[in-house]
Design a protein around this ligand. Structure first.
Ligand code: KIV
Length: 266
């Protein structure tokens, strides 16, 4: 029997000063391999809007699409915690539709949800979700769903005052009940200051090495997505070349009559 990663495990990692890993997945077999590799949290990120669906921003992805990807990923995972990123407008309008939409993801196999941003409404939503038994991961700093109000892909928390403001928000999220917080595109020193002053684990997404965990988009890690590469992402493989090579060889074999062989026919 595999020991499942829970919110308790995640908190213990921080308390014991042990780093943990988070990668995104959008399909069954990738999720299965990430789980097998020992990744602690598998996130169905709304980044799937760009890397899996070809949209320009995360705004275009909806609850129906997140449901399909959540079902697929959850089926592939045994050990890791499965977290669904709640898409734009799925928790912003009112608390009851937020609970309904987030609860739906739990029914589809997620163990927790991720919610971006900070304001009174979001704090209310987090409180009600945790009361309902739905663990919530927060997300501060650069929050892609607020791209239009933030005015572009800009680093957040650059000054001492800005870092203090994010820390204030993090403390409020913590009080509302989040079990962890993603810090995106924040200078390393600011993220360190925030991490050292809150009790729940922080997860760096371009926020340097002092957070309690690191998250990347798996298609960046595998070298599969090539439209753009964030400065903070590290490419560990070249899946794009591998796919191109396999597809070209198949194409050549079909056209030359080299596929199928004797062993590949009935
Ligand atoms: O959508 C996403 O993949 C994310 C992570 C990279 C934090 O929000």
């Amino acid at each position: 029997m595999v020991k499942k990663i829970t919110v308790g495990t995640i908190q213990k990692y921080k308390d014991n000063n042990e780093k943990f890993s988070v990668l995104t997945a959008y399909d069954y077999s990738t999720a299965k391999y990430l789980d097998e590799a020992g990744i602690d949290i598998v996130l169905i990120g709304d980044s799937l809007a760009m890397v899996a669906l070809g949209y320009e921003t995360t705004h275009s992805v909806g609850i129906e699409e997140m449901s399909v990807f959540t079902k697929a990923v959850a089926k592939g995972v045994q050990r890791a915690m499965v977290v669904t990123d709640m898409p734009f407008l799925s928790y912003h309008t009112d608390v009851s539709s937020a609970i309904k939409n987030c609860g739906q993801m739990i029914k589809f196999g997620a163990n927790a949800v991720k919610i971006e941003g900070f304001n009174e409404h979001i704090l209310n939503v987090i409180r009600r979700l945790t009361e309902t038994g739905i663990p919530v991961m927060g997300h501060l700093g650069f929050t892609p769903q607020f791209l239009n109000t933030l005015g572009g892909y800009k680093i957040q928390g650059k000054t001492r005052e800005a870092a203090q403001e994010i820390l204030k928000q993090a403390k409020e999220l913590e009080k509302a009940g989040v079990f962890s917080i993603v810090l995106e595109m924040i200078p390393q020193d600011s993220a360190k200051y925030i991490t050292e002053n809150i009790s729940v684990p922080t997860i760096s997404c371009g926020a340097g090495r002092y957070c309690d965990a690191q998250v990347l988009v798996s298609d960046d890690v595998f070298g599969k997505f090539s439209d753009f590469k964030p400065k903070f992402a590290r490419k560990y493989g070249d899946m794009k070349s591998l796919i191109l090579e396999c597809a070209k060889r198949f194409n050549d074999d079909v056209k030359s009559g080299n596929f199928p062989s004797e062993e590949e026919i009935f």
